[in-house]
Design a protein around this ligand. Sequence first.
Ligand code: 13P
Ligand code: SF4
Length: 301
Amino acid sequence: WPAFADDIAAILELKQKHNAVILAHNYQTPEIFHCVADITGDSLALARKAQEVEADIMVMAGVAFMAETSKLLNPSKTVLLPSAEAGCSLAESITAADVRLMRQRYPGVPVVTYVNTSAAVKAESDICCTSGNARQVIESLGVDEVIMIPDEFLAQNVANETGVKVITWKGHCEVHERFTPQEIRDWRKAYPDLVVLAHPECPPEVVAEADFAGSTAGMSDFVASGKAARVLLVTECSMSDNLAALHPDVELIRPCNLCPHMKRITLGSIRKALKNMEVKVEVEADVADRARLAIERMLAV
Ligand code: 13P
Ligand code: SF4
């Protein structure tokens, strides 16, 4: 911690000076999550809370699609993303032109788009979803079939839960696609009392081995509930570090898969972002209006 003290003190001062708040996703490292963030949560919570921010500046300690969503939902604020390179393998897997082609191929089928996408892709969609509300969003449509993009595994997992047929895209999260069912069986052999929590971006055969599947907030709530003394978190491993600090009574087993995009955000890059007011996130007006509609439809569910 002494190594972080200088950056932490500078960031706290800069936040005050510029009337800024820091939003941090659950995958940020503990020195960001616990020491400088004002608002923390999963993608859904960050979107909801971004809408209500009154400060002049929001710094997104997360990835580009989260910063864009904050800008869309609270457009009069300045939104800073400390690293322009904090992307996402899912967001990069699909373009607006791809969505238009899917619509041509499956006319009349509603397009449900995961928030892990660019604003341009959201703008071509009927409604967005996150891992925390995918089931409710799909069920709210009252149809037998949806186009659900771009996360193939999330779509398959939701189809298994709801019985709604999904037309998928071959996008994957580069962190969650690496987990295997065998790995979970091996951990269970080592710890017979283990409770396994998995993110729905994992392949369906991995989710099938888990005791619970949910968004990062869903998994955090499960750990906080005290229902289990020993938990395997099948997700990005900074979240386990953050939860370990909050719940010393729970033993967290953490296979360590890190998201290289989330890890581009550091105390140093946050300090620089606040000092130089960079990188400002902007969304082109025409795209912004249509993308906002898809997000607002989701928030209304
Ligand atoms: P949550 O919405 O569950 O926080 O996860 C999304 C994700 O993978 C962020 O990268
Ligand atoms: Fe994207 Fe996966 Fe990283 Fe989340 S963890 S930002 S879904 S690559």
